[in-house]
Structures are given as structure tokens and as C-alpha cells.
Design a protein around this ligand. Structure first.
Ligand code: SF4
Length: 297
């Protein structure tokens, strides 16, 4: 597989606790990466030789501003293109926003800010506008992550695949939002519609070192094996979770391991997430950590 994008979750912690969050972030979620761990990860990304983009996200990465600043500087020095995904909680006025962003001018190639009805009250919209104004003033490319519920939003980057910014029912969304969604029968959910599980171009790395091909599906751990090795050894058909998903989607994952299905799922991710949650004790190395399934600190 040729990995071109590494999305680093600096922390699971966030000042918000959004119902649509794939990774169950919130104010009491832990842990965060340390500076030496982040330095090591960036060196591993360089050694992997194919990575072009490093994204810093979370959780809310600006909660760990010094760590974020270090990571952005180091990644830019190493020649990576650098992105940050944030909710702009820090942009209370144009002046505040400019001050918070000043250190990143000339180093960041994409600042993606959440702007959607889940984050959205008027104050949040104001902060997004302040962040956008400051970014433009400092020459930092800016984009909005717009999650439009059942509709299709126009622009989305960061954690959400480009062009697929409607709600996907993984993580907290599978628990909090799926009950109110229109339901479909499991039998039609015969493929993973969103992630390229065979040749993932971008993957997520969490603060435990877990590398996720989709949030909660672990390919390996960077604190135990180098990124380059994990990528070279990736055999998606032999993986106990991506193997069945590639063979026949979430419905095949459930069938393969004898997990009963019902006749109502909001989307394939909803079935996939519920099935994986039921399989966690059988595949603890591949399905985790507890944070990705709404448990843990
Ligand atoms: S179907 Fe499963 S593997 Fe595919 S995007 Fe949804 S949650 Fe991820």
C-alpha cells in the first residue's frame, strides 16, 4: 500500500462532545501524545518515504497548543505538507484568532474548521468566521468541514473523506444519531462505501500509537513496529475485520462471525460499527482502543 496521508490524533480530548463524532471525543477523554512520541512518529512518517501530508487533529488539537506548534514546525521542516483540523473554539475575536494562528503562518497548507449544525450556534459560526478571516490575513489556506446531515455538503476534508460529508453512523453517531435515522435492511450492505480498505491512501494514528484504517479498525501499532513495516506488511484480505468487509461488506462481517443482524440500520457504517463492537473481545488487537468504542478515559 502507498500511504500518502497520516492523520495524527494528538488527543481524544475535545471541548465539545458532538453527537456525530467518529472517535467519541469529549472533555474527559484521554490521553494525548507526548512531544517525544510525536517526534518519533514524524520520523517514522519520513522513513516510510511515501507520506506527503501530515494532518494534526483530535479531539481538538489546539487544546495542546505547544505540542501542535512543535508538530507543525517539525513536519514542515521535514518537507511534509501540513494540515490542521480544529473547531476554532479559540477564535473568539479576529484579534484572538490572529494571535492563535500566528505561529502557523507559512507552515500550514490547510486549516480545516468544523462548521456545521452539530457544532453550530451563532457563537460558533462567529468563531469560524474569525478563524477564516485570520487565516486569510496570515496566508493560511482555509476550508470548512460542513456536515449536512442527510444532505450533501460542499466541502469536507480532515477526518471525513472528500465529497462524503453527510453524516456517517460510526462512533458516537452510531449510538446517538442512528436511532432517529431512516433505516434500511442489512442485506443490501454488501460493501464498505467510504474507505479504501485495500489501498488506504490516508490513515489515522491515535495517541496510543494505533494505526486505524477506519476509526476503530487497527492495522498495527507504531509504538511496537515502524510505520514502514506496518504498511509493507498490510494484508487486508488476511485481516480478521477488513477481510470479511472486503469480501462482502458489513453484512458479511456479521455473517462470518455469527453476529445476528436486525432489519434496521441507518447506513453500512452503523451495521459495521455495531458488529465490530460485538466482536471486540474476540479481536482485541484489531478492534480498539476502548476510546473508539465509547469507553475508557
Ligand atoms: S463500512 Fe465500516 S470500514 Fe467502511 S467506512 Fe463504514 S465503518 Fe468504516
Amino acid at each position: 500500500m502507498k500511504l500518502t496521508g497520516l492523520h495524527i490524533l494528538l488527543t481524544y480530548e475535545c471541548n465539545f462532545e458532538c453527537d456525530h463524532c467518529f472517535v467519541w471525543s469529549g472533555p474527559f477523554r484521554t490521553p494525548a501524545l507526548t512531544l517525544p512520541q510525536l517526534d518519533d512518529i514524524l520520523h517514522q512518517a519520513r522513513d516510510a518515504a511515501t507520506v506527503e501530508w501530515i494532518y494534526f487533529e483530535g479531539g481538538e488539537p489546539f487544546l495542546y497548543h505547544a505540542l501542535l506548534r512543535f508538530g507543525v514546525r517539525r513536519a514542515a521542516e521535514m518537507g511534509f505538507k501540513v494540515g490542521i483540523v480544529s473547531n476554532a473554539y479559540w477564535a473568539s475575536t479576529p484579534e484572538d484568532a490572529e494571535e492563535w494562528l500566528r505561529d502557523f503562518a507559512g507552515l500550514v497548507d490547510d486549516l480545516s474548521v468544523s462548521c456545521d449544525r452539530f457544532h453550530g450556534n451563532d457563537d460558533q459560526v462567529h468563531r469560524v468566521r474569525c478563524a477564516e478571516g485570520a487565516a486569510r490575513k496570515l496566508g493560511i489556506p482555509f476550508g470548512a468541514i460542513e456536515i449536512a446531515g442527510e444532505e450533501t455538503a460542499e466541502r469536507a476534508v480532515g477526518q471525513i473523506p472528500e465529497g462524503e460529508s453527510g453524516v456517517m453512523y460510526r462512533g458516537r453517531a452510531a449510538v446517538k444519531l442512528a436511532p432517529a435515522a431512516r433505516k434500511r435492511h442489512a442485506s443490501g450492505m454488501t460493501e464498505c462505501p467510504y474507505e479504501d480498505l485495500r489501498e488506504p491512501g490516508r490513515v489515522h494514528l491515535d495517541p496510543f500509537g494505533n494505526l486505524h484504517v477506519c476509526q476503530g479498525i487497527v492495522m498495527g501499532n507504531l509504538f511496537g513496529a515502524p510505520l514502514r513495516e506496518i504498511c509493507e506488511a498490510w494484508e487486508p484480505d488476511a485481516h480478521p475485520i477488513t477481510g470479511p468487509l472486503l469480501a462482502g461488506g458489513p453484512v458479511e462481517l456479521a455473517r462470518r462471525y455469527g453476529i445476528p443482524t436486525t432489519d434496521g440500520y441507518a447506513d453500512p457504517c452503523h451495521l459495521c460499527y455495531e458488529t465490530r463492537d460485538a466482536l471486540r473481545s474476540r479481536f482485541p488487537a484489531e478492534l480498539g482502543p476502548a476510546q473508539m468504542y465509547g469507553e475508557g478515559g
